[in-house]
Design a binder for this molecule. Structure first.
Ligand SMILES: [Zn+2]
Length: 58
């Protein structure tokens, strides 16, 4: 498990990173680019291009 010191949660994250039952998914707000058309960091994913979503593994 790869943990990082930065456990900041972003608006699109349903849970903090590393939460069981969740996983990274492409941010649908910026389509994984990490920034918006304005060149600003995506507010939904914090500029990472990924968000934490439920994986629904059963
Ligand atoms: Zn985004």
């Amino acid at each position: 498990m790869n943990t990082t010191p930065d456990s900041e949660q972003h608006p699109s994250d349903i849970a903090p990173p590393g939460t069981p039952g969740t996983g990274e998914n492409v941010c649908t707000y910026c389509m994984g680019r990490g920034n918006t058309d304005n060149g600003q960091p995506c507010v939904m994913c914090g500029g990472t291009g990924v968000v934490i979503a439920g994986v629904g593994g059963g």
